[in-house]
Design a protein around this ligand. Sequence first.
Ligand code: CP
Ligand code: NVA
Length: 310
Amino acid sequence: MKRDFLTLADFSTQELKEMIESAIKLKEERKNGIFRKYLENKKVALIFEKSSTRTRVSFEVGVAEMGGYPLFLSRNDIQLARGESIRDTARTLSRYVDMVMIRTFEHERIEEFAKFASVPVINGLTNEFHPCQVMADIMTIYEKMGKYEGVKLAYVGDGNNMAHSLLIGCAKFGIDISIATPEKYQCLQDVVEKAKTIAAETGAKIEITNDPFKAVKGADFIYTDVWASMGFEDEAEERKKIFIDYQVNKNLLEATGKRTYFMHCLPAHLGEEVTEEVFESEISIVFDEAENRLHAQKAIMKWLFEQIDN
Ligand code: CP
Ligand code: NVA
């Protein structure tokens, strides 16, 4: 049976931990110049309906390093942009390739694609979720702390795809998470409820607030993201006025009351969601997160292919 990687909620804690362990192993092997061909002869289509630096390059490199063949397909170069349906694109590509990664707009688009594709589908970001990024982030947290339970992450900013995937991801791994957003830009209620249900099983604590200073208290990691995500650029000016109280700066960092790492999925807008001072400081681990995209996604692809082979 094929498994799709659309949100972290679709996987058990044990499955997700297996993927992180595998990512750590792949990272170590890569450092030693060992590249095992887990994707030999596999073709992986990478569809982008939005821009990307990290996702595109880490997937292309990751597929190639494991002996597969990546196909970069930007929206404008395929018939999707001229109105060919998601379901026909999914059925057509399934006849050529062994796996598809998509970056798109509404999450329903990827659900529709996965329903009609006969090959595994990976979410490379939707308006609502960004699970590959969160796997890399949780791998980074584990590298820094050596554990999941008893760790606290505070997310400050927009209740967007990153906030949603962090909620589900932290809940799955037993990491405490506190989210501070402006009232108008809160996380979707059904995602919060789902995270709380998962957390009840894993023991993670979940706090939702509008107060960034409350959220960061005792946090080991402070995470933020852009105030206007891709697809929401026309709201940027209006958002800037509201979000300025949620900027990650020295003042907010000091409110954690402990040594705290700074995290960001990138790309960052310095002087907006984070000051240059914090971004460039020694507590900033943003490029470790970016690097871990490569290792985490290699592990995810390897794991998904193993499900089909077994
Ligand atoms: N963090 C992330 O997904 O970056 P890109 O938009 O560059 O892929
Ligand atoms: N929330 C951001 C994440 C970019 C990686 C966006 O969707 O644009």
